[in-house]
Ligand binder design. Sequence first.
Ligand code: ZN
Length: 109
Amino acid sequence: MKREIPKAARFLLIYLADSSSNYDAKKVHLDNLYRMVAYCENAIDCRRAQQLQYFGESFNSQLCKQNARAVCDNCSSKVRSELLAEIERVQLVPGIICATNSSALSAAV
Ligand SMILES: [Zn+2]
């Protein structure tokens, strides 16, 4: 099976193979490629926070979560997982109440 190389990566490989560019230029481009791959593969940190960090700024990721219409994919998945955890927690409450009521009934009888 032949593995396809994305077009952008192909251009970068051609550029890196170019003997006319110097070592420092190649290193900068390769570092940028690794940074971009890390950004794409990061499924945890807020996208806005990552982008602004690149430009030397800080961003509170809580602000990203507050706007449901513009939340980034990573914060959205965190919000979703927090919501699911809350639903699971709430679903446990009726079981606890039933168990408590059963114990109270058993003690009363
Ligand atoms: Zn975010």
